[in-house]
Every structure is written in C-alpha cells, then in structure tokens.
Design a protein around this ligand. Sequence first.
Ligand code: UDP
Length: 383
Amino acid sequence: MTSRARVMTVYGTRPEAIKVAPVVRAIEASERLQSVTVVTGQHREMLDQVNEIFGIVPDVDLDVFAHGQGLNQLMAKLFERLDPVLATDPPDALLVQGDTSTVAAAAVAAFYRQIPVVHLEAGLRSGDIHSPFPEEANRKITSQVTSLHLAPTASARDNLTREDIAGNSIAVTGNTVIDALLHTVEQNLPFTDPRLAHLEESRTPVLLVTTHRRESWGEAMHGVGRALRRLAERYPEVVTVLPAHRNPVVREAVLPYVEGLSNVIVTEPLAYGEFTRLMAAATVVLTDSGGVQEEAPSLGKPVLVMRENTERPEAVAAGTVRLIGTDEERIVAEVSELFDDADAYGRMATAVNPYGDGEASQRCVAAIEHMLLGTPRATDFAG
Ligand code: UDP
C-alpha cells in the first residue's frame, strides 16, 4: 500500500474547532490522507467541549493559554512551540481555519518551513483592517502564504481574486459550519442545565445573546449590558439567555447590568450541542459572533449583529441578518421591533442557507487531495 499524504490541522479556539471538526473527520475517512491534529489551546476548555462531540483526540497540545497575555506574547509562544512540531516530522500540508492568532502564526510558521498551507474559510473580508480586530489582518496575512484557499462562498472567492490570488488555487466549498451544525443537531443532545430544558419545554420567547468581540471591549460592551437590562425590564415575559464568554473583560463589562433580573439566565459557555439546541428554540438572536451569523439563518432565526460591518454579507442580503452596531438605543429599538411587530419579525424569520449544504468538508478533502495527489477536483458549491 502506498503511504498516505499527511495533513496537519492546527486549531486553537472554539469556533475553529467547530469548523475544522467535520474536515478532520473527512480526512480521517479518506483512504489517501492521514490526519494529524495539533491544538494550541488558545481557548482551553471551550475547545475540549467541541473535540468531545466530534470524537477527536488531538495528537499534540501546545498549551499556549495564559490568563491576561497580550497578542504579541501569544504569537511569540505559538511560533516557538509550533516550529519544533513542524521540523520534527513535516506534514505534506498544514490546514488552518479562519482568522485567529493561531491561524496567522501557524500559516507563517509552515510557510517558513516550505510546507503548503491550506486555508479553510478563506476570502472573508470586512474591508476594514481594524474591524474585526485583529481578525481582518490575520486572514489577510494568512492569504498571502496560502497554497490552497478553501473559500466558503462565491463572494469570498471574488474577494481573493480581487487581491490577485490565482483562481486555480481557490475552491468554493460551502462553509463547514453547516456540516458541523447538521451533524450536531442530528445527535439531539440534551440540555444539562435544567433552566434551559424547562425554557425549551415551556416555549417561552427567548432572546439569545452572545458577545465577545475585542473591538467592542470597553464602553461599547457596557452599552450592550445596559441595553440588555432595559430589554429585560421592558419585556418581562421574554427570557434572555446569555452564555457568557470566558474572557473576564467581557464578563466584567456586561454581567453587572443583568444581575438580579429574574428573566435573565447567565450560563457558562455552552457545549456546542446545547448551544445549537438553544438557537433552534430562540425567538431572536443578538450577537457579535461570526459563526452564529452563519448558523442561525439556516435555523430560520432573525439575527441582529452588534457590529458596524460584516465579512458575511450573504445572509444580510437574504434579509435574516441585520447589522445594528453597538449603540445602546439602537439595540433596544431593533430588538423591540422584532418583539412588537409580527410583520417585521416574519420578514426576518425565514430559513436561508447561503453558507452551505452540509457537503463542504467533502469538497475540502477533494481539493486537498487534488493539490497533493492530482486526483479530480469537486464541483464548486453554488450557494
Ligand atoms: N457557541 C457554542 N457555545 C456557546 C456560544 C457559541 O458552542 O456558548 C458556538 C456557536 O454555535 C458558533 C461558535 O461557537 O459556532 C461561535 O463562536 P464565537 O462567537 O466565540 O466566535 P466567532 O464565530 O465570532 O469567531
């Protein structure tokens, strides 16, 4: 038997884990490829929750997490700890997903070792290098050293070709987050928190909120906290659920405003199975997350995005996602409109799937095999 080409996947945060997991499983299932997984541990516990759902046991753990460390300290540690792994047993390709510090560091480190880089979810652009920060810069840096760009949509591909990236190095695959979502929803995993199980059973209206973006740290996030309090007081029959990000900067800004309110449930970060179940039960989703903007539309949920711009324009164009920024008054007004005006709600609550059809990871594996072994390419995802 001929030896299989080795693909090393490097990932560090929860959203990366969710989106690489279906690809890692597809690599494991391929007869031509061998999978090696390296976690950097940028988000330690949240990462473990996802690996568990997908049955992935990382081969190497670089363990770079430390409380309160700056981006430069993190980058330095990533380079230092990843390089020996690349040098000892160089893979045939290195796969990274998205736009975190892990992605930028691993891509550059592999490039310096002349290992071809495969970038999953390539070509997303907000057009503002400072927003989201530092993600927009991370993905542009990564594109510069990537050999195979796995673009989720045609518009992501067009962003890359506009930057003079060769068309034959790009495959349009759909977003693997939809593969992950379908796999997880199928498992029908139960809530471990009895408050959430009760909420789902009682069919209470739910406002689901997530917030963590670095560029909103400070006054903007306090405004989010104040808006949540005002909404909880205005709509006593609605329950707000806030799975609080682990970052203390986020917690200290938002949580004091909602303390003591009986219709606000604050939880620890939820395991992906529980979070997707909660999204399916929610009435309105208020978020600054990237992944949630892709998942919630496919569940038919209106999404209000607390950002000034987005690198995911497809669901905005389809009408299920609206950009509302972080201004307190605007957040209160936009959420209120969806609870008060059934027509406005109906216009946004339509299930759309611009991001994927659940087959993205198969297209990714076909593109990787084509690059490494010359096998045929898959047909691009048409949207
Ligand atoms: N998510 C989760 N548990 C939570 C909150 C979010 O599993 O308590 C999932 C969510 O479904 C999405 C991803 O985490 O797939 C989004 O992560 P995050 O908002 O941290 O990052 P971003 O997508 O903005 O990069």
